[in-house]
Ligand binder design. Structure first.
Ligand code: NAD
Length: 289
C-alpha cells in the first residue's frame, strides 16, 4: 500500500518491455532501489512483442517515459526504431536498455557491462587474459563484445551448431577486426578444442541456457576441465547456485555467480536513467529473499 501512496502526478516512469514478463525480478529490484534512494520513479512491465515496437518506442518517447529495459523477444529487433545506439549495442546487435533524453531514444546494452563489472567485483581483471565462453546467444554475444572492448586478449566461444552459430561466427570476425581481440567460435561437439581452451584459459564462463531450470542438473564444462585457480563465472541465476558454480566452489576455484550480473546490469541502468548508485548489497537481499 505504501508503494501506491508514493505514486503521484509527478512520479517518473521506467519499465521493461518483453514477453513473457510476469516472472521478472526487475520491478522488485528497481522499485526497492528507487524507494531507498528517494527517487520519485516507478518501474513497471509492459507485455510487448516485436510488432508492437515502433508504437511503444514512439509512445514512450512522446509521453516522457525516462527509459526502459528490453528483453526477449525484443532485444535484437528494437535497434532499428531507436535514434542512436552505443558502440557496444551496435557491435552486439542487441539493446537491453533505452534512455529517453532530449527527444531521442538511445539504445545501450548493459548485459555485457553488468557481467564484466560483476567479474571485476569478484576479483578478476580482464586485460590481456583468455576467456572460454559457453554460448553465443543474446547474453553470450553481449559478453564477448564487452570483454573484447575491455581488453580481453583471446576468447574461445563454444556453441552447438544451432541457429546461433553462423551469426556468432560473423559477429566474432567483425568484433575481432574492430577490437584486436582474438575470437574463435568452435563447435561445442569438439571436446579436444574445449579441453585445450580450458587448459589455457584464465576464466571459464557459461552464457548458455544449460544450468538453468529445467537443465539445472547439467553443466557444459566438465569438472575435470576446471583447472586449479581458474575463475569460473555463470550468467544463469535460476538456480542461484548452478551446478557449474557449485562444482567450481567445491574445487576451491574463485567464482562469479549470475545473480551479480543481474544486479550490476540493473545498477548500470539506474545510473543511466537517474545518475544514482544502486546499493547492490541491499538490493541483493531483496531479490534473493
Ligand atoms: P538465447 O536464447 O539468446 O541463447 C541461448 C544460448 O544457449 C545459445 O548460445 C544456445 O546455443 C545455447 N543453448 C541452448 N540450449 C542448449 C543446449 N541444450 N546445449 C548447449 N547449448 C545450448 O538466451 P540468452 O538471453 O543468451 O540467455 C542465456 C542464459 O543467460 C540464460 O540462462 C539467461 O537466464 C542468462 N542471462 C542472465 C542474465 C543476467 O543478468 N544474469 C542476463 C541475460 C541472460
Amino acid at each position: 500500500m505504501a508503494e501506491i501512496e508514493r505514486i503521484t502526478g509527478h512520479t517518473h516512469l521506467v519499465g521493461l518491455i518483453a514477453n513473457p514478463i510476469r516472472h521478472s525480478k526487475s520491478p522488485a529490484m528497481h522499485n526497492a532501489s528507487f524507494a531507498q534512494q528517494g527517487v520519485d520513479a516507478a518501474y513497471l512491465v509492459f507485455e510487448t512483442e516485436p510488432e508492437d515496437l515502433p508504437y511503444v518506442v514512439e509512445a514512450f518517447k512522446r509521453t516522457g517515459v525516462d527509459g526502459y529495459n528490453v528483453s526477449m523477444p525484443n532485444k535484437m529487433a528494437i535497434g532499428q526504431y531507436l535514434d542512436e545506439l552505443t558502440d557496444a549495442a551496435r557491435l552486439m546487435g542487441a539493446v537491453n536498455c533505452v534512455v529517453n533524453k532530449d527527444g531521442k531514444s538511445v539504445g545501450h546494452n548493459t548485459d555485457g557491462a553488468g557481467f564484466m563489472r560483476n567479474l571485476k567485483e569478484c576479483g578478476f581483471e580482464c586485460k590481456g587474459k583468455k576467456m572460454v565462453l559457453m554460448g553465443a546467444g543474446g547474453a553470450g554475444s553481449a559478453i564477448f563484445v564487452q570483454a573484447a572492448l575491455d581488453g580481453m586478449a583471446q576468447i574461445d566461444i563454444f556453441n552447438p551448431k544451432d541457429s546461433f552459430f553462423d551469426g556468432a561466427v560473423e559477429r566474432a570476425a567483425k568484433v575481432s577486426e574492430e577490437t584486436g581481440c582474438k575470437i574463435i567460435v568452435h563447435d561445442l561437439a569438439d571436446r579436444e578444442a574445449l579441453k585445450k581452451a580450458c587448459d589455457e584459459a584464465d576464466v571459464l564462463v557459461n552464457a548458455s541456457k544449460v544450468g538453468m531450470k529445467p537443465m539445472d542438473d547439467q553443466s557444459l564444462i566438465p569438472a575435470e576441465f576446471i583447472k586449479p585457480g581458474v575463475f569460473v563465472a555463470d550468467t544463469v541465476y535460476n538456480p542461484q547456485e548452478t551446478l557449474l558454480i557449485k562444482t567450481a566452489k567445491e574445487k576451491g576455484n574463485p567464482v562469479a555467480p549470475g545473480i551479480g550480473m543481474m544486479l550490476w546490469q540493473g545498477a548500470i541502468g539506474e545510473k543511466l536513467w537517474y545518475d544514482i548508485d544502486m546499493d547492490i548489497d541491499y538490493i541483493r537481499g531483496i531479490v534473493t529473499e
